[in-house]
Design a protein around this ligand. Structure first.
Ligand code: S3P
Length: 174
């Protein structure tokens, strides 16, 4: 089967996946799909509510099924959740359906961008800096499997989108 031409953004919370994905889709005239938003729309409740009422494992199953459904489509910019690619089935599916870009940022930038973190159940910790550090360490090997990585710590959403475009063009994509 020919590989589909989707563009997939993965990476830790608050690295800019959704904002950059939207900007990229706008520039390329593609449809933008946010995995978390799709899950919330389908379930009719927010991600924090899913975590509270059903638990993280239930959320991971919804995530897995949403990825399985999305990968049959083409011409999308897909922004994933911070933990999506920690499941190797998701990373394999996403790599099969397109070009996977990991967005990265340093810890202080992540903490600043995450703000109060109230919409991110996995950041509901007293020592948020330590929590981010530990999770980043655990997840780094998964993000490293992306086709390319872009550090967004000191660049804007537009600059990130343009850097991605340059890389896509170098690979003869888009
Ligand atoms: C998660 C990140 C969130 C959301 C959920 C779990 C994670 O998405 O999918 O709260 O495991 O890192 P963002 O990366 O968009 O915050």
């Amino acid at each position: 089967m020919e590989k589909k031409n989707n563009i997939v953004l993965c990476g830790f919370m608050a690295t800019g996946k959704s904002s950059v994905g939207k900007k990229l889709a706008e520039i390329l005239g593609l449809e933008f799909v946010d995995l978390d938003d799709s899950i919330e729309a389908e379930e009719g409740i927010s991600i924090p509510q899913i975590f509270t009422e059903r638990g993280e494992q239930a959320f991971r199953e919804l995530e897995l099924h949403m990825v399985e459904r999305l990968i049959s489509r083409a011409g999308l910019v897909i922004s994933t959740g911070g933990g999506t690619v920690v499941d190797p089935r998701n990373m394999a599916n996403l790599k099969n359906c397109g070009f996977v870009i990991a967005l990265a940022a340093d810890i202080q930038t992540i903490l600043r961008r995450a703000g109060s973190g109230e919409n991110r159940p996995l950041l509901h910790y007293d020592d948020r800096e330590e929590r981010v550090r530990a999770l980043l360490l655990k997840r780094a090997p998964f993000y490293a499997q992306a086709d390319i990585t872009i550090d967004t710590s000191s660049i804007t959403v537009e600059e990130t989108a343009l850097q991605i475009l340059n890389r896509l063009r170098k690979c003869d994509l888009y």
